[in-house]
Design a binder for this molecule. Structure first.
Ligand code: F7E
Length: 327
């Protein structure tokens, strides 16, 4: 039985990855932040299953800021694979919390690499990198060779972690890989990311609990995939013969406005009556032309996204409508 250690296990990606690895008969260990008290909704179903919880799934409280709190469960687990997913991952918030973002997202990755290197038998290491490392690139679509040139504090912190992962791979011989992840969504997405924000608000409007949806730049475009596809990519990247960086993306661009229209349509409402843009949600800098080329992952890992943008928004809307209206 293989053992995996996941940071950020309570998040969207961590919870889907835990499910995937458990289904592949892994023993899964994850760390959660004291502040959530292990009560995060994304893992509730796994914690409620006595065949799984504390038999093949183990959760440990730890903080990325506190190396010792991670070292103890990591050494106990002695994993074959580490998936470092935890970070301060909100790009907009990174402009307000610049130092904290660099500490958690940038230095956090370095701490995990250093802990990994010092384990008696170094496990394979996955770092969740981000398309934000490219900033607003001149080359489109982006791939593993696109110059790193972040324009947001979050992107800069991720660029640090990405480059450190490469340095540890080259200089310390670690099997360390970056998955350069473009936007990926699901009903488990955090509430302040735009897809979930829109879907939640539309369901609340449908239920008569809200009157409007206030957004930032609805002309902004992203390459949006589904988180379940991306965690499969993470696992495949660690099963490959050699440690390589991989872009995971759909290669398709959509606008925030497209999400708005799909979400309101799913609820049978006219978006024009409810949507407003406000400066407060515009960012000081927002990458443009962020679109990925995942040809390397397709060629070497046989990975490609299976869930479309439209299916993703439909699944998210179904979940939100079910939550508020039991539809
Ligand atoms: O914004 C625009 C916003 O916050 C998407 C993270 O997973 O992907 C994610 O970062 C777009 C941006 O994600 C609102 O300006 C308009 O253009 O959902 P988001 P993100 O910033 O792209 C990358 C790859 C990561 O690595 C990150 O960790 O939507 N937008 N109006 C808005 N965004 C938000 N949040 N709220 C609005 O009201």
């Amino acid at each position: 039985m293989k053992r995996a250690f996941i940071t950020g296990i309570e998040g969207q990606d961590g919870s889907y990855l835990a499910e995937l690895l458990l289904a592949k008969n892994y023993e899964v260990h994850g760390i959660f932040r004291h502040s959530t008290n292990g009560g995060a909704v994304n893992l509730r179903h796994l914690k409620a299953d006595p065949q799984i919880f504390e038999r093949t799934l183990f959760l440990h409280p730890a903080e990325l800021d506190d190396v010792d709190s991670i070292r103890v469960p990591l050494e106990q687990c002695a994993p074959d694979e580490i998936y470092h997913l935890a970070s301060q991952s909100h790009v907009g918030a990174s402009f307000e919390k610049v130092e904290e973002t660099c500490r958690i997202t940038g230095l956090g990755a370095l701490r995990l690499l250093e802990l990994t290197r010092k384990l008696p038998k170094a496990p394979r290491f996955f770092h969740a990198s981000s398309s934000e490392i490219f900033g607003s690139p001149e080359q489109s679509p982006q791939d593993e060779t696109t110059p790193v040139n972040p324009i947001t504090p979050y992107g800069c912190a991720k660029a640090f972690g990405t480059q450190m992962t490469r340095i540890y791979r080259k200089n310390f011989g670690l099997f360390a890989v970056n998955g350069i992840l473009f936007n990926h969504e699901s009903p488990r997405r955090g509430e302040n990311f735009v897809t979930r924000k829109i879907c939640r608000a539309v369901a609340a409007i449908k239920a008569g609990r809200r009157q409007e949806l206030v957004l930032g730049d609805t002309s902004a475009q992203r390459d949006w995939g589904h988180a379940r596809d991306y965690v499969r990519g993470m696992w495949l990247a660690l099963q490959h013969d050699t440690p390589e960086d991989f872009v995971f993306a759909t290669g398709k661009l959509h606008r925030v406005q497209d999400i708005v229209e799909l979400a309101f349509q799913a609820a049978g409402l006219e978006w024009q009556k409810f949507v407003r843009q406000e400066k407060q949600f515009f960012r000081p800098a927002d990458p443009r032309q962020v679109i990925g080329n995942a040809a390397k992952a397709k060629n070497l890992l046989d990975w490609q996204p299976e869930i479309s943008f439209e299916q993703t928004i439909a699944e998210m809307m179904a979940a939100e409508l079910h939550a508020v209206l039991n539809l």
